[in-house]
Structures are given as structure tokens and as C-alpha cells.
Design a protein around this ligand. Sequence first.
Ligand code: MN
Length: 416
Amino acid sequence: MNRTHDPELKSWVESANDLATDFPIQNLPFGIFKRKNSNESPRGGVAIGDQILDLASVGLQTGPNLNRLAAAGLPAWSSLRAVLSKGLSDEKQKKRFSKFLLPQKRAELFLPVAIGDYSDFYTGIYHAQNAGRLFRPDNPLLPNYHWVPIGYHGRASSVVISGTPVARPMGQTKGPDAPAPSFGPSKRLDFELELGFVIGPGNPLGKPVPIARALDHVFGVTLFNDWSARDIQAWEYQPLGPFLGKSFASTLSPWIVTLEALEPFRCAAFARSGDQPAPLPYLTEESDQKNGNYDIQLEVHLRTRKMPRPHRLSRSNFRYSYWTPAQIVTHQASNGCNLQPGDLLGSGTISGPTPDALGALLEMTQGGKNPVSLPNGETRAFLEDGDEVILRGRCERAGYRAIGFGAAAGLVKSAP
Ligand code: MN
């Protein structure tokens, strides 16, 4: 850790010193923005309090996405962070920098990277157990789960920025007693509480990433809602896995929180019990086991047409991930598959071990059987049109300044 993590460090941007902000000077996440209702070109910025600082203030012309910055690698990100930290804390630089500030409420935000490829993992073991029990009561957790960081390739084209409405997908479904499937709007629309890992420098085709170097390939972390149509998913997923039940939309939060900002919030890898085997050597590294996971509180909030004030449905934590970020990066590249700057790796739904820490309605309602009650008397088995799902994330640890992720929000619209 370095001077940028100093909890005493304050910014001349007053709102950044508010203890409740997600974006104090210790965070400095990167995104792409432009002035709302303008014909400006989208460009790189850094969130500070309730403002955005244009990266042009430090002479950086990113273009419409952060892929070049992602490709530049850790030394470049780290020196940029040091310059921004200095500039936003030093009163003497206030005059020079303030003309590059824009209030966040006057900004339009865009996907921070052009995502070439997107895969989604399944690293939440409590989610895997809960969901597995519903899809396969006799065989919830398949034996490969403990050995392989399970994943599938998703569609990058339908990853959307927070705030983009999500249309209820049409699809093929079949009730357990129906003689044949039918085609229509999904009746079991759900969210998934996940993190998204944005790849920085890639690896050449044919050259795997050793686990000791895996985090050098991660530019940063976002919130990620992998919307899921459970009825489409249940009918289509065997034998090749998720397909149209997932690829209609996935919502990404706008701010990429760097691993350097997350450094104070590292924690040990998931503690495996006696009947859970140790990972294979290519997925094992001492410091990764000791320090390779992240303590990130994750929350799901729901707003409905009749309940304008968001209600918290759940609070989980990324430390329940069975695999570390380094393990999923190393595994994905272990066959020689090349990762590229801007690629997105979803963590999978991160549920905790308790009923108040579940990351999907599927689990909260036991497959829709026991609807969730909302404070205004409404109930939800699955999402209804007009519902808005808001994911949030925050890191808190004694002795350090808390940082947050902003939000990944999406409003469900009726089927087309
Ligand atoms: Mn998922």
C-alpha cells in the first residue's frame, strides 16, 4: 500500500470527504462520460465525490473507451492514480484541475470498456448449492465444482450500462407437466448479484497466465447483474449450458474500481472444509490462498411501481466466492485461450450462507414457491414489469477509508 491509501488524505473536492460517499480520494475509479444532452465525445474520467474529473486534466486522451488504458498495465495505472491523488488533494492544484470537473448528475455515463469477450463463472458456492438443489434435487453440486472454476461463454453484445432498461425476454419454456414447450414472455425473470472483472493486458494465444501473475491482468472490478430468465434457462440448459436465458441483457456499473484501490480490503481465499479437496497446483499459490480474495459487501435493492423507495432484499459479500479472481483468470487462460484488454469475466452469483444473503430471487423464493414480502405488502416470486433492481457494493475496514462501487441499476420493461 502507498500514500494513495492514507485514510487521512482529503480532497479539495468537498463532497469526496463525506464519509458516506462511494468515491473518496482513496478510490479513484475510472469510467467513460460526457456532458448530458451535449454532442461532446464520450471520454475517460475519474469519479471523485459527486464529481467527475476529466482525464484530459492530466493530459490523457482515452477516446471513447478505456481499452488503451486497460492495456497499459499496472505501472501505468498506478502512476496515473498517484498523479490524480496528488492533484485532487493538493490545494495548490485546485485552480488548474477544477475546470475539468463535471457534477455526476450532469453527466451521461457509458460502458467503460469495449467488451470483446465475456464469460461468466459460478464461483459462489452457496449459490451453486442452492440453485443446484432446485434444478437437480438429488445432485445439487456436481463433483467437478471443487476442481474446476465452472464457467460459460456469454454474449458481450448485450452487456449494457447501468440505467439501461431491460426488456423481458421472449423465449421457449416448458412447464414440468406440459406435453410440449411454448414460446412467449418469460414468467420467471430474475437478477444475479455478481462482480465483473475487467481484463487489462491480455495474454498471447497459446500462452497461459501463471497464477502468480494473474492479477497483473485485471484492470479493475465492477458490479454486474447477470439477468436470468429461469424458465427459459431450465428448459434449454442441458447439455450445453446457459444460452438465451441469459444473453438478453447483463448490466454493468459505470465505474471500474482498480485492484490498487481494493488493496486494503484483501482477505483469505475461501476456507475449504475437510471434505473439499485442495485446488490443483496450477490454481494454487501461497499468497493467493492467504490474501487473494476481496472483502466487498454486495447488496441488492428493489424498487417497484408501487414502492418508489428502494428496499434492500439482500446483503452478501464477495468473500463467499469459492475461487479467487486470480484463479478464474488463470483457469480461463490455462488452455492457451487469449484474454484481451476490455474482456469481462463475471464472478457468478455471490450468495452468502444465510437466508438474508442470497444473490438471486430463485434462491430467496426456493424456485418461486415462497414469494418474498415487500414492506408495502407486495410480494415477488420473480420480477414484474416496472421493477427496478439496483446492485451496490462497498468495502469497509477499520483503519481505512471506505470505498464503494456506485450502482448497477436496471428497470424491467414489458416484453417487446
Ligand atoms: Mn451468472
